[in-house]
Design a protein around this ligand. Structure first.
Ligand code: FAM
Length: 447
């Protein structure tokens, strides 16, 4: 067992006992109320699930196991003294809640290297897809192809006791985290380059090797990938599915049941692929692709040196055309996303004279006012996606259709960590209650 697995084995009984105690002591405490507005409005603000790796505060932004992004940048192990933190160290933090030593982070690095081999049939699955298939579709197809390797699925079929579910889940989570960079690099090379899959370099860390397999060997780009993976690693629960069941009793009452993919004991590959399909939506992860495209339109139509007045007009035209301004707004956050801020700092440190960086700054100065004037946007501030494309472009990763795959590779760490804990804590199948509009009206009228 690796150090990480050993540490988890020590922590799990403590956490199981803690959860039991929380339930015993506070089980009946009301966490909040659900209004009809919330049911119609995408369940925003309903407190209804456990998610340990990260917490999103509306004003402060994301914290990973209690640590803000600047704290992670300061405390997590690095391979360069003034460099960016290693995602391998973040993975240790997400899994255990503890800041690792450099030795522990490097042990995770080695563990991931030992698990990184992608079986040959995955490439054949990708080759079978028609050219022009979106990289995110290729990514989920590739993850599904990796599912043949699921240790959890085999252990379940073999009748494993439920108290041990977390062990094969850990195997799958680590295998999947280890393999997605090679899968993503394969997609990149096939879709945009010569199709030749570049072999990994075992002397590099997780992020450096990922960049290397895509064909990027600039050490500064490797730094960017470290930062990128860390800040994109969490959060969200595996995508909800409408695994709905409707039952009609004497023509009047209805009930339905939704479930979260992983909670149905679908193995980590199936669950992660489902989550990635959610990430592929333009209001979520695809926004980074959309964002760079939008900036390109600005450049094509006005020029990279667009004045603030011209930008203001461009933003207004975007809204008039019934489109969103990508890279701005957030369902939960109410301030500038710290993930935007740290990318901006990276840009100012390493590429301050890039004209696109200047354009992003000008857009930042113009968009919030225009959005605020609509009177309906709850958060006019930039999110993580407003900056990432310009950074990637600077280092030559110009194919914006691929950007969401980078996001997906990073998300494996957060999503799969929670899945291990879901199984370790014995959390049940998730079944938020849904209602028909008729049932809502009947309920309200009876009140
Ligand atoms: N441009 C134009 N209109 C916007 C807007 C934006 N950037 N952000 C919000 N609005 C509109 C929104 O469409 C809604 O309009 P309707 O009432 O006409 O439907 C209204 O303002 C109220 O929305 P909200 O409560 O402020 O935001 P939501 O919680 O509904 O949606 C986002 C949140 C992120 C989906 C939304 O802000 C958006 O579409 N932003 C642009 C796309 C984007 O950047 N997504 C990436 C988010 C990122 F953090 C991530 O998850 N990857």
């Amino acid at each position: 067992a690796s150090d990480l697995q050993t540490r988890l084995r020590e922590l799990i009984p403590e956490e199981q006992a803690r959860l039991k105690e929380i339930r015993k002591k506070y089980g009946n405490v009301v966490l909040g109320e659900t209004t009809v507005d919330m049911a119609i409005g995408g369940m925003r603000g309903i407190k209804g699930m456990i998610w340990e790796p990260s917490l999103l505060d509306a004003n402060e932004g994301i914290r990973f196991r209690g640590f803000s992004i600047p704290e992670c940048q300061k405390l997590l192990p690095k391979i360069k003294p003034d460099g960016e933190p290693l995602p391998e160290g973040l993975l240790w933090l997400l899994m255990t809640g503890e800041v690792p030593t450099i030795e522990q982070a490097l042990a995770v690095s080695e563990e991931l290297k030992s698990r990184a081999k992608v079986p040959g049939h995955v490439e054949r699955v990708l080759n079978a897809l028609p050219s022009g298939t979106h990289p995110m579709t290729q990514f989920t197809a590739g993850i599904m192809a990796l599912q043949t390797e699921s240790v959890f699925a085999k252990a379940y079929a073999g009748g494993i006791h439920k108290s041990r579910y977390w062990e094969p889940c850990y195997e799958d989570a680590m295998d999947c985290i280890a393999r997605v960079p090679a899968l993503a690099a394969m997609i990149y090379r096939k879709t945009f380059k010569d199709g030749k899959v570049l072999p990994g370099d075992n002397n590099l860390d997780y992020s450096g090797n990922f960049a290397h397999m895509m064909g990027f060997d600039d050490p500064q780009f490797h730094e960017l990938m470290r930062l990128y993976i860390v800040i994109h690693s969490a959060k969200y629960k595996l995508a909800p599915v409408a695994g709905a069941m409707n039952d009609k009793e004497d023509g009047r009452s209805y009930w339905s049941e939704g479930e979260m993919v992983g909670s149905a004991l679908s193995d980590p590959y199936l669950s992660f692929a489902a989550g990635m399909n959610g990430l592929a939506g333009p209001l979520h992860g695809l926004a980074n692709q959309e964002c760079l495209r939008w900036l390109r339109h600005v450049v094509d139509e006005i020029g990279v040196g667009a004045s603030k007045d011209e930008l203001q007009q461009f933003v207004q035209d975007t809204l008039k055309a019934g489109k969103v301004v990508p890279g701005f707004g957030h369902a939960v956050l109410r301030k500038t996303d710290p993930r935007y801020t740290c990318q901006r700092e990276f840009a100012l440190k390493h590429l301050s004279d890039n004209p696109m960086v200047k354009l992003v700054s000008n857009v930042y100065e113009v968009v919030p006012d225009v959005l605020l004037k609509t009177g309906k946007v709850n958060n006019p501030w930039p999110n993580v996606d407003a900056h990432s494309g310009v950074l990637l472009q600077h280092y030559g990763l110009t194919e914006e259709n691929f950007y969401t795959v980078l996001f997906g590779v990073s998300r494996a760490m957060g999503v799969l960590t929670q899945l291990v804990w879901d199984r370790a804590l014995g959390l049940p199948i998730e079944r938020p209650k849904s209602l028909t509009t008729k049932a809502i009206v009947e309920f309200c009228e009876k009140k």
